[in-house]
Structures are given as structure tokens and as C-alpha cells.
Design a protein around this ligand. Structure first.
Ligand code: AHR
Length: 665
């Protein structure tokens, strides 16, 4: 009988590592005799098994991973001056105008025209950033601005301003301005750390000056790329060693209406030409409305491909399939109008993999990447359901399989595990679909009960992509990170043993959503929380990391009395082997409030008598969570014990995920 975790909702003290070798251990309860059959692998673990899903929600892109500090840098928000304060110039007198340039309407419709006068004491603009700008002491910040002026002698002064209006750093642009649009740049060194700084751009002189693309980036970005990504956030992704990166969402792929769908072609090429669009998360949830949530596409498809490459992960783009969000407008493209959507998929494959002689391959090369990105997977639709999806999916499938049989297609399976999901599985099996993307945001108990979900799945059908999941706990704690507590993470760990045991059908998995800005989130729980200065991994992150860094390449059966551990006596287990190093990688999850005594028999192989057994434990009180700006409450406890020729035995803590690494001879 399965023991439920909820007897443990009381507050518990963390019991520190109590793993001991048999000779020294006092066994507390009936001992579990586990057998790992090393000669009977049950599955190959796909290199893509543990990945990440980058979704532009919670300010994950603009204000998040994209290191740009200026909000509304090109005045394209619905309110062109949102995020800006005009300094000294009279809007009423027309000293500051938002010009809508007709000839450029499609790409960069707006810019600011300022009429400067020597009579103004101060004249310029101030930007508030994304809930402020995170500025770090002694670091350099690169300022960029596009200007055009008939007056060559206008001086531009740039200041980073602190909470009390103090100057944190400043510099001037020393250039003669030209009558054509030109980018000007300068570097500012910050003299202190400020979480909510502002940027002031001041002009001295007189005459008309046109202003656009006002930008401030830290010099230190991921891989120090100019105008690049926020290094600390990408470091955390890197720490997961993800097998793939799914991008760019989520519901943003679908859009509230088709007009508001994500169109990758609008996100590539020079950044000043990328047409901004409102984020659907701006007003999806009234209680978390964010009127300043737009997609500047500073991080676009090229940047997502590059990020995937940097992380050594397979890129996994998801495209709109001719359907807007079915929770919202329910709009679909008529079947007669589907071709442009299919062309987007074909052109994307050309952009990623095509030769530099092709239209889209050439653009990739111009953007700095002549080599192909080696795209292998493409997702068609996000959380679509119903016959209207199947009808459209069929067309994509037919064309893509004919023109690009080398690409595997990910298809949707609805938003959750209900009758829509069952219907789609049946239909997609008939269509011989490659990989089906399942989503489940469910209570902790569901994750415990569904550790067996894939045990009975059809081994001859499409493969499974567990594309979005998270254990959703309810808590009275008001901190946004509180739903990312250890109870959530532990139940996910239990479920993940089921994913690993079924690695012959489950080939890709991802927690969701990935990132959340502490002051600008719409959805929780999320895997990584951040503010303008720091990021904090959640226990859920640490669980993902534990599985991903101990992936192995073959799943081995781990059983008790010939039966897999799927909750008996509150225990869950899975096991893999890293064949190259001949190392067993065992995951044990104890969801009960008692420690458990375990003996591990390695059938078919001997343990290396000179080796050490490595035991890593993650545990905590069930309601403990991490908060940005505070200390990390979770740490992996590692213990190494000599094997000494005994059968490995250990005491595993209550409420814990334990990774045991055993070296075979
Ligand atoms: O991850 C948050 C949202 O959940 C995603 O955008 C969508 O795919 C799902 O409904």
C-alpha cells in the first residue's frame, strides 16, 4: 500500500546525512532489499531526456535573460513613452514629439524628435528599466543610442541614477552627429550596486535631434557577447546541462488571436528592425496584469538557437500550427490559408540548417553563424486539442515528412491529461506521429500516483515529450516563491523516477515555467526566480539538476521482490548506468516522514572493491522554499564511503531524494 506524504505536513527538522555502511549501521525499520539487474537494460536514455523549456512568461525574456536594461527602448509600446520620463522638454509646446514614420511602418515605426534649446536647463529622457535597472559596482555598462541630427554639435550626456537621484556613473558621447541615422555608444562604470537604478540621457545644445533604440547593457554578459544575455541566468541553465532547449513558449506561440501569435521571421535580422508585439501575459491574469509586458524580440530565434548551441542542447522550436489559443479567441486559420504557416516551418528548417546560398541560410550567416544549427526537432502547435488540430497537424506532417524526413515532429496533446489528451493520442498514433508533447500542472498527490503513468504505455506508438510539468502546491504563504517548496520538488522527484524507468518511451522532459522575475511574474511556481541583481534556484531546480547530471545512458531495472518501486512504503526508485564509466546511478525518493533502510544488490556485476560509494542527498522540511535575495535553504549533502566488499546498505532520510553512485568492476 502506498504511504501518502501528507502525514508529513508538520514541520520537521532536516536530518543530516545518515548513510552508513552495513557494518556500522543500526537498522531503524524493515530493510528493503533492492536488486539492480545490471545485465538487463530496459531502455536507452535519450541524450535529450532532461531538458529545459524557455518560455517568455514572467519577464523571462525582456527584463530577464535578455540583458537589455532599457524598457521600451524604441518607443514602440502602445503608449510610446511608457517607462520614460521627459526631462525639461515641453511636450505641450512640441519640444518632444513621437514621430510615426510612415515609410518604415512595418519595421521601426516610431522615434522621438526633440527640439533642443539653450534656454532649457536640462533636456532629455529618463528610463525606469524593468522594475528598475540592476547595476553592479565596478562593472561597465555599454550605452547605445541611434541618433540623427542636422546639428552636428549636440552633446549627449548619459547618467545612471540611483535611488536618491545620486549619479552612479556617467559619460558623454563624443561624436559629431550625422544627418543619417547612426548608432553612438559610450561606456559607463558604476560606482555602486543599485537594484533599481534609472538611466538618464541628456542633451546639450540646440536644434532638432531624432532619437531611437536607446539601450544599456552590462558589458559582462553570457560569453561577453555585446548586447547579449544575462550571464547569471544562463549560468543556471548551463548548470542543468540540458539535453534540449524548447522555445519560445507556451501560449505566446499561439497568441490570444492569430495576429498576436509568435512569428519567428519577425524576430531575426537587425534588432532595430524586429517588430515588437504585446505579450499575451500582459493581461492574461487580471490579478497579475503587466501593462508594460511586450516582446521586443531582442531575444529572437537566432539567439535561441545560439543559446541551445552554447548549452550543448538540441534546439527545439515550437511553431504556430494555424490556431490561436483555444482558451482565448479559439481562432483558427482556414485550411485554405494554412500554407503560410507551413512555409514558416519549412523556412525555419532552412534558416537553421540550410546552406548559406539559400535565402534563410544566408540570413543566418549574415547574423554571424554560417554553420548550420543542426536542427533535428520541430514542434507544431503548443497545447492544441480537438479535430481542428488533427486536421491542421496532418498537413504539416504530410509536407514536412515529404520535404524533411530527417526532422522529427513534436505534436500537441492538449493542455492536460483528460479526454482531449486521450483523443489526440489515439489520432496521433494513427498518423504515426513521432513525439507527443504532454503537459501536466497537477497537485503533489497526482505526481506520486502517476509515477507509473508510462509503465503501461504503448511501446510501439509515438514517443513521449513530458513538455511542461510542475507539482502545484497550495500554501497560505504569500511569498511568490512559496509554491516552489520541498513538497513540490520531492513529489516531482518521485514522478521523475517513473520517467526514467520508462525512458524507452519518454525521451524528453521539461519542468515549466523556467524563469520568473520576483516583481513581474504572472505564473507560479517557476524553476528559477530572479530580481534585477540576483537569481535563486528553487528546490525544483535542484531536483532537475540531480537527475540531469546523473543521467547515464541505459535504464536498468531496480526492483524489490521483482517489482519496481513506485510508492510501496513511500519509496520510489530508478536506476541507470553510465556505460562508459561503468557506474550505476541510482535515484531513491523517500516521501515518508520516516527514514528507510535499504540494501542494494547488483545482480550480474560486481562492485569495484576499491571504490567509494558516493551518496548525495537533497532533503528539507516540506514547506521550505528559497527566496531571491536570501540564502539558499537547500544544499546537496555528499558522502563518500568505502565499499569494503559488503553489500551497499544505507539509511535514506525522510523526505529525501538520494542519488547513489556505485562503481562496478
Ligand atoms: O507554462 C505556462 C503555460 O502553461 C504555457 O504557456 C502553456 O503552454 C501552458 O498552459
Amino acid at each position: 500500500m502506498k504511504t501518502l506524504i501528507f502525514d508529513t505536513m508538520r514541520i520537521h527538522k532536516i536530518i543530516l546525512c545518515t548513510f552508513l555502511i552495513a557494518a556500522t549501521v543500526q537498522v531503524a525499520s524493515a530493510q528493503h532489499q533492492l536488486v539492480i539487474d545490471t545485465q538487463k537494460p530496459i531502455a536507452d536514455i535519450a541524450p535529450t531526456m532532461w531538458g529545459v523549456f524557455f518560455e517568455d512568461i514572467n519577464f523571462a525574456a525582456d527584463g530577464g535573460i535578455y540583458a537589455e536594461l532599457v524598457k521600451n527602448r524604441s518607443f514602440e509600446f502602445h503608449n510610446p513613452l511608457m517607462g520614460w520620463k521627459v526631462k525639461g522638454l515641453s511636450v505641450d509646446k512640441g519640444e518632444l514629439l513621437i514621430i510615426n514614420q510612415k515609410e518604415n511602418e512595418e519595421i521601426n515605426p516610431r522615434f522621438v524628435r526633440a527640439t533642443l534649446s539653450t534656454e532649457n536647463e536640462i533636456q532629455g529622457l529618463e528610463n525606469e528599466g524593468f522594475r528598475g535597472m540592476g547595476i553592479k559596482q565596478n562593472e561597465n555598462y555599454k550605452f547605445y543610442i541611434m541618433l540623427r541630427s542636422l546639428e552636428p554639435n549636440v552633446k549627449v550626456k548619459v547618467e545612471i541614477i540611483g535611488n536618491e537621484d545620486q549619479i552612479v556613473g556617467s559619460n558623454i558621447i563624443n561624436a559629431t552627429l550625422s544627418q543619417q541615422w547612426n548608432e553612438y555608444t559610450t561606456t559607463i562604470k558604476a560606482n555602486r550596486t543599485i537594484e533599481k537604478a534609472k538611466l538618464r540621457v541628456l542633451f546639450e545644445g540646440q536644434g532638432i535631434i531624432d532619437i531611437d533604440m536607446v539601450s544599456l547593457f552590462p558589458e559582462k554578459t553570457w560569453k561577453n557577447r555585446p548586447k547579449g544575455l544575462r550571464a547569471d541566468l544562463v549560468e543556471l541553465l548551463n548548470g542543468l546541462n540540458p539535453g534540449f532547449v524548447r522555445f519560445p513558449g507556451g501560449c505566446i506561440v499561439e497568441g490570444y488571436t492569430l495576429d498576436e501569435r509568435y512569428q519567428w521571421k519577425k524576430t531575426v535580422g537587425p534588432i532595430e528592425n524586429r517588430v515588437l508585439i504585446k505579450s499575451r501575459w500582459m493581461d492574461e491574469f487580471r490579478h497579475r496584469a503587466a501593462p508594460d509586458y511586450f516582446q521586443s524580440y531582442g531575444v529572437g530565434f537566432y539567439e535561441y538557437f545560439l543559446l541551445s548551441e552554447d548549452l550543448g542542447a538540441e534546439p527545439l522550436p515550437i511553431l504556430n500550427c494555424g490556431m490561436a489559443c483555444q482558451y482565448n479567441s479559439k481562432e483558427v486559420a482556414s485550411m485554405d490559408d494554412l500554407q503560410p504557416y507551413i512555409d514558416d516551418a519549412l523556412d525555419l528548417i532552412e534558416f537553421a540548417n540550410g546552406s548559406t546560398q539559400t535565402k534563410w541560410g544566408k540570413l543566418r550567416a549574415e547574423m554571424g553563424h554560417p554553420n548550420a544549427f543542426n536542427l533535428k526537432y520541430i514542434g507544431i502547435g503548443n497545447e492544441q486539442w480537438g479535430p481542428q488540430y488533427i486536421e491542421r497537424y496532418k498537413e504539416f506532417h504530410r509536407v514536412l515528412k515529404e520535404k524533411h524526413p530527417e526532422i522529427e515532429i513534436i505534436s500537441a496533446a492538449g493542455p492536460t491529461t483528460d479526454e482531449r489528451n486521450t483523443y489526440l493520442w489515439n489520432e496521433l498514433k494513427k498518423l504515426d506521429a513521432d513525439i507527443v508533447d504532454e503537459h501536466y500542472y497537477k497537485p503533489p498527490q497526482w505526481f506520486l500516483e502517476n509515477a507509473t503513468r508510462y509503465d503501461s504505455f504503448d511501446r510501439n506508438g509515438p514517443k513521449v515529450f513530458a513538455g511542461e510539468y510542475a507539482s502545484h502546491v497550495n500554501t497560505d504563504n504569500k511569498a511568490p516563491e512559496a509554491r516552489n517548496n520541498w513538497l513540490a520538488a520531492l513529489t516531482e522527484a518521485a514522478f521523475m523516477t517513473g520517467l526514467e524507468r520508462n525512458a524507452d518511451v519518454v525521451i524528453m522532459t521539461a519542468y515549466a515555467p523556467l524563469f520568473a522575475h520576483k516583481e513581474a511574474w504572472q505564473w507560479n511556481p517557476d524553476m528559477i526566480w530572479f530580481n534585477n541583481l540576483e537569481a535563486m534556484p528553487t528546490p525544483n531546480y535542484m531536483v532537475q539538476q540531480a537527475f540531469s547530471l546523473n543521467k547515464g545512458d541505459k535504464a536498468l531495472p531496480i526492483t524489490e521482490n521483482g517489482i519496481a518501486l513506485t510508492g510501496q512504503d513511500s519509496l520510489y526508485a530508478s536506476s541507470t548506468i553510465d556505460s562508459k564509466n561503468n557506474q550505476l546511478l541510482i535515484k531513491l525518493v523517500n516521501v515518508s516522514s520516516n527514514s528507510k533502510s535499504i540494501k542494494i544488490n547488483t545482480k550480474g556485476s560486481k562492485v569495484d572493491p576499491n571504490s567509494q560509494i558516493v551518496i548525495e542527498t537533497l532533503s528539507g522540511q516540506l514547506d521550505t522554499f528559497n527566496q531571491v535575495g536570501s540564502k539558499n535553504n537547500f544544499s546537496k549533502q555528499q558522502q563518500k564511503v568505502e565499499y569494503n566488499k559488503g553489500v551497499p546498505q544505507l539509511e535514506i532520510e525522510k523526505h529525501s531524494l538520494t542519488i547513489v553512485k556505485i562503481q562496478l568492476k
